[in-house]
Design a protein around this ligand. Structure first.
Ligand code: LLP
Length: 436
């Protein structure tokens, strides 16, 4: 996985740093990010567009993993940024990310969030619904301020891994329906507004997608509408944003295609459609989250208790679980793992890795072939970089683990471990205890 390897001490090493040293310094559980791998992924997307001479923006979908350090890294790599809440926008601003490259998403942005976006004069707002369209127009009028927008449309395609579903009228909480006239109505409203500068359209068809079919279908459906809108309203889309969703390999069962291939096929299709309808080539924007950070993240845990259910299963518990990685419990997501302190020892048994939360569903990995474990061994779970830390929680009042960035043999702490004091920080007493 990534730049991880087994070093001369016989330990798992990530970004040139021995994982047992990381555990000594930072404790467990610990999120470790391989910075050079994130850079490599970012460059992979960007270079493909550049080589093919296509005007593009690659916006990092920060919901996958948003911290100040990560946003700084995205900035260094020349990415744009997709934020979906005031909190993600605040993080971007705190990281001093260039505001003109921030895109604001979300199906229920509040007045406060829209005002915040306007205060910072961010690059564009991806308008999701009629309520937002009117609210934004009103706020802009109050402030006499213009803003660039995209319209999020639902093309009637939903894709997940190998499955994509074609739905006439998509049943989704997001976006303007492309088929039933809502998108056209939104377009007219946006075009009639004095304050909204409509750059183009956006769609996002799903996540963890292994094939290009869904993206190409979406591009086709959108183009046939864009053609109609050009004829009817003389509207020309400067930007076509096809969202994120590029799949990654969590286990050997997953077979994603390389990022560059998604990009190449998307570009080809957009070129084809543009020329078929004799329209000018729009800028192509994409929004990868998982595919930029997913396989760069590894979580290190300490092995603790064991339970043997004879002839059924061996449970091995670690010192984290659904509080730092809710994906197995929520989506039955699968992961691979090894013992980081003795990866070369022979695989001896099949065990199931349990978390420490008080919930039967808190299982990180079922039926994992593993070396013989002793307590205090270190379990490294791979590919936890996307939607791990970002969906972490304090269930059972478990403090969230710290985040360490490793690169070229150096480790930098970029998020501190939460403490028990942090856990009760927002609590206020109900009963006032008067000391006598
Ligand atoms: N753009 C939009 C509008 C999105 O809604 C999303 C993800 C992305 C981009 C980035 O998608 P990605 O490239 O990361 O697949 N919590 C789930 C994933 C939810 C994705 C939501 N939207 C998980 O852990 O699998």
């Amino acid at each position: 996985h990534g730049s991880s390897k087994i070093n001369e001490r016989g330990h798992l090493e990530i970004g040139g740093v021995d994982t047992t040293d990381l555990v000594k310094e930072f404790g467990t559980p610990l999120y470790v990010y391989d910075v050079s791998l994130i850079r490599e992924r970012a460059r992979g997307f960007k270079q493909t567009f550049d080589q093919l001479g296509i005007k593009a923006q690659v916006a990092y979908a920060s919901k996958a993993f948003s911290t100040i350090a990560m946003i700084q890294l995205a900035e260094e790599e020349g990415l744009s940024l997709d934020v979906v809440s005031g909190g993600e926008l605040y993080t971007a601003i705190a990281a001093e990310f260039p505001v003109e490259r921030i895109h604001f998403h979300g199906n229920n942005k509040s007045r406060e969030e829209l005002e915040m976006a306007l205060n910072y004069q961010i690059g564009c707002i991806v308008v999701d619904n009629f309520y937002e369209l009117e609210l934004l127009d009103t706020i802009c009028a109050e402030r006499n301020q213009s803003v660039s927008i995209l319209l999020r449309v639902t093309p009637g395609i939903e894709a997940h891994t190998h499955d994509y579903i074609l739905t006439g009228q998509e049943d989704s909480k997001f976006g303007f329906d492309l088929q039933n006239g809502q998108a056209a109505e939104a377009l007219q409203k946006a075009m009639n507004s004095e304050y909204l500068d409509l750059l183009g359209v956006h769609c996002h068809i799903g996540s963890q997608i292994f094939e290009t079919t869904g993206f190409l279908l979406a591009a086709r459906k959108i183009f046939s509408k864009l053609h109609e809108w050009k004829e009817t309203y003389s509207f020309e889309s400067k930007v076509l944003n096809l969202g994120g969703g590029f799949g990654i390999r969590y286990t050997s069962e997953d077979e994603p295609i390389p990022a560059s291939q998604y990009v190449k096929e998307i570009i080809e299709e957009v070129k084809k459609q543009a020329s078929a309808f004799s329209m000018s080539m729009p800028e192509i924007w994409i929004e990868p989250g998982r595919s930029l950070v997913g396989d760069a993240g590894t979580t290190l845990y300490k092995i603790g208790s064991k339970k043997d259910v004879p002839n059924v299963r061996k449970y091995i518990a670690v010192d984290g679980g659904m509080s730092d990685n809710i994906r197995p419990a929520l989506y039955e997501a699968k992961y691979e793992a090894i013992l980081a302190n003795k990866p070369l020892q022979p695989i001896e048994e099949t065990v199931s890795i349990a978390g420490k939360c008080c919930e039967s569903g808190d299982m990180l990995i079922w039926d994992l072939p593993l070396q013989k474990t002793d307590s205090d061994d270190i379990l490294a779970v791979f590919c936890t970089g996307a939607y791990g830390y970002s969906m972490a929680n304090n269930y059972n009042r478990i403090p969230r683990p710290p985040v360490v960035f490793v690169e070229n043999g150096k480790a930098v702490l970029v998020v501190r471990r939460e403490t028990f004091e942090d856990i009760v920080k927002q609590d206020l007493p109900f009963v006032q205890r008067v000391k006598s």
